[in-house]
Design a protein around this ligand. Structure first.
Ligand code: CO8
Length: 258
């Protein structure tokens, strides 16, 4: 049992809800520890997709907990930043796709958490931003790394230097989110997307995720070579054999993850 996390299973889809409503789900050390525990014990064979959201209709995550950071020393600040960054990296490298269902404020560490997920969808009241420079710090949970990669250097610099939050439609326009939906439809839309992913061959989805993540930092030749190797490995799986057989026979095959 967690104090700050609610967990749910819907078939092969897991839902993780961050719940600290008094502080708009701001991330403190205790929440990061619980998230680390949840991710570390996540069963990627049982589940084929994870959805991360925030409790309530106002906020996904309103950042790292400012009251916890206010009096940190340099080394404590580094340690806090590293702790959050490590949890987010674990999310980014999980063997199943992770969808952020952003239900309101995604500021600072909240925007950084959303960016560590594979896909972001948000409600129409969502607000995204990296307001850290207005607090005398910089994004410390890998925001300077991921924002530029997602939306390009120029837009990332503008968002981080000004600290201004943007609305859902602007986040959509710059490619920070994949879809904007009415608040009441957010979890249904997230589930629909998760189920579409979960219906596919899980080992192939996992391989695709690893390829996309790993190849981002490779030069083109190495990346293409890497994809060829991983592509070849797909032919070792039962799902490839049965999936193609079913297609040719105009039947349907339920992928087993084997
Ligand atoms: N930390 C702690 N408490 C918070 C946070 C937060 N990030 N955000 C909101 N809260 C608390 C408020 O203090 C308030 O508490 P109380 O009721 O006890 O006064 C409660 O949540 C409700 O908030 P508001 O009354 O302010 O609600 P509003 O609707 O008026 O405003 C906002 C909502 C706009 C979201 C506003 O609360 C706000 O601006 N919050 C701060 C947003 C922010 O600056 N986030 C970035 C934080 S820095 C960060 O994330 C850095 C990440 C990297 C860390 C690296 C470590 C070294």
């Amino acid at each position: 049992m967690y104090q700050y996390l609610k967990t749910e299973e819907r078939g092969t889809v897991a839902i993780l809800t961050i719940s600290a409503p008094k502080s708009l789900n701001a991330l403190n050390s205790a929440i990061l520890k619980e998230m680390d525990d949840y991710i570390s014990h996540f069963d990627c064979n049982k589940f084929r997709c994870l959805i991360i959201t925030g409790d309530g209709e106002k906020s996904f995550v309103a950042g790292a907990d400012i009251s916890e950071m206010a009096n940190l020393s340099m080394l404590e600040g580094q340690a806090f930043g590293s702790r959050g960054a490590a949890v987010f990296r674990k999310i980014e490298t999980m063997h199943v796709p992770v969808i952020a269902a952003v239900n309101g404020f995604a500021l600072g560490g909240g925007c950084e958490l959303a960016m560590a997920c594979d896909i972001r969808i948000c409600s129409d009241n969502a607000r995204f931003g990296q307001p850290e420079v207005g607090l005398g710090i910089i994004p410390g949970f890998s925001g300077t790394v991921r924002l530029a990669r997602l939306v390009g250097m120029g837009i990332a610099k503008q968002l981080i230097y000004t600290g201004k939050a943007i609305k859902a439609d602007e986040a959509m326009r710059i490619g920070l989110v994949n879809a904007v939906v009415p608040q009441a439809e957010l979890m249904d839309k997230a589930m629909e997307l998760a189920n579409q992913i979960a219906a596919n061959a899980p080992l192939a989805v996992k391989a695709a995720k690893l390829c996309i993540n790993d190849e981002y930092d490779m030069d083109a030749d190495a990346a293409i070579q890497n994809e060829s190797v991983i592509f070849g490995r797909c032919f070792l799986t039962e799902d490839q054999k049965q999936g193609m057989k079913a297609f040719l026979e105009k039947g349907k095959y339920e992928f087993q993850g084997k």
